[in-house]
Design a protein around this ligand. Sequence first.
Ligand code: HDD
Length: 677
Amino acid sequence: MANENRKNEQLDTFRVNDNGKTLTTNQGVKVSEDEFSLKAGERGPTIMEDFHFREKMTHFDHERIPERIVHARGFAAHGEFQVYESMKEYTKAHFLQDPSVKTPVFVRFSTVAGSRGSAETVRDARGFATKFYTQEGNYDLVGNNIPVFFIQDAIKFPDLVHALKPEPHNEIPQAQSAHDTFWDFIANNQESAHMVMWAMSDRAIPRSFRMMEGFGVHTFRFVNEQGKATFVKFHWKPLLGTHSLVWDEAQKIAGKDPDFHRRDLWESIEMGNFPEYELGVQLLAEEDEFKFDFDILDPTKLWPEEDIPVKIIGKMTLNRNVDNVFAETEQAAFHAGQVVPGIDFTNDPLLQGRLFSYTDTQLIRLGGPNFHELPINRPVCPFHNNQRDGYGRQTINRGQVSYHKNSLANNTPAPASEAEGGYVHYQEKIEGRKIRSRSESFRDFFSQATMFWNSMSEPEKQHIIKAFSFELGKVKSKSVQQQVVDMFANVSLELASSFAEAIGAAPPAGEGSRVTKSSPALSQLNTVKSPITRKAGVIIGEGFNGSEVLAVLNALNSAGIQTEVISGHLGSIKGADDTELEAVHTFLTADSVLFDALYAAGGSAGSAESKQQTAYFINEAFSHYKPLGATHEGISWIEENQLDNYPGVVTGENMSQFAEDFTEAIAVHRHWDRKLV
Ligand code: HDD
């Protein structure tokens, strides 16, 4: 049976609309006055018996809860998941059996380092946490947009996070890794090399939550009805492709619109442009566990897609925004250990530690053991056990019995056998001594970091060099800088020498890497290119060529491109033929960094200030390698700035041809072959 609406139906029982209602206290007593506290005389002191004042103030005083220790800044949406074909051969997980079953999902995207109010376009990994409300209970796939992690053992997680977060003596810098303690940690924990390469790449500055991949990171297990296990790695692949900002742009957006990513997600869903991601799995037979030159339990390693292909097995569509960010997004409690029958863990020492940490953190963050009763966290299937009481308990468990085994309630609630759907842990044979150490098979810290470097296109390599140069340029300790230079010589001499020079460090001491392997799937140059949902700013002045510009806008809109008009003032801008376009931005309220492309549509160039602003907008967009289009008087705006004749700069006299060429240029995303002078 499809359960597509179950979560929504369940949430509906908790939804309240206060609009048009009478104001009451939390006890339901109607309130007669909400502006003045009860006083002894008009100019006298407030009186204790003012229960409305006391309740209102007490509630307010307690409105904040601790933010997440990591991933504090996040945004979420509801949706649904459907498998394309039954995965019965590999897993008995119910939600992966039947293509007609729609499983409700809730996905929270996040940055890692920043506080709850920090900017969203910072250089950082992005969290990609999915809660599947399956008929067999909640399954959480708590992943990132980077397929590997900084450390191999969870016991180092507090150290990593302490080093990454603002430094404790002055709480600087916010939401950034560009400081001494982070890089000191990296240089002294060299297993981090591979993830650092990703973090310094374009992956760490995504264009949109809708345009980034997601990864479960760890190796998990699928288990089928026959009890046979298969190793599995999970991937989310965005249908719009994987695209990034450029660093200068990302930093500017952080100031111009710190909510850039949530606004993008919110608006896309409101407009019906539902973000879609395909679920992919890499499958590995148990007998092949030791066939690789890395340990498949090591979370600093990925499985190259060219060696172990990603099998696409289903699709997730995010189609509904939350009603209330605190109630849903903030109170959502994800846990890497929340699995359903058919999905099991491996001995990855990072995963094992996560299995403890997530429940523990919710206890402090959500104030006690009943966080599973919060509407967003409730499973859509029934749940029964002997757990009782605790802060904020909502369930009214009836009856006398709250223990197992019992006779007074016929020994219920009773455990289910495996055949009845009871979760039975995979019976892996384990032998070993208790020992605090790391397997030798986890020792190679650099080969895959080099593979990542080898897989990058030239512009991507340049971005990585610049990112290292920026980050280490902010580090004050010369010793730390040098340690990092020497460390990354193990990845690539070219890389380490380039940023050593940029930061004034000594050339690297190492010999470089002999690894020649590359994995084309890692380069974003090979991603899906699409104009759909891209945002083009249309710079326009009074007296523009109405019918022709409208024809261009219509053609762009039909290709899926959103257009928003920017002009010297808000409101109606009149064309020469009395056509009107609504300017929704001025040069003051918008900025080129907030658009994927600019179209200089002509009309009067306006005041000297407007002319200057137009030049600023198009030059900035150009320097961020963005597509520029121009028709009519707009062509001269481009020419005056000597930006014509560059790749991705499209000018045209024939409107339909122009619209077609400009759409193509927008689909390319960024024109790296535009050599900047
Ligand atoms: Fe974690 C939150 C992803 C390692 C401990 N983690 C958190 C979130 C994501 C991840 C997406 C935010 C969930 C949400 O939106 O509410 N974490 C990862 C990935 C990891 C990883 C992909 C490595 C593969 N995490 C990791 C380790 C530990 C933690 C090794 C500790 C042993 N993570 C936490 C946490 C958080 C968390 C402290 C903070 C808030 C929360 O759990 O609910 O428990």
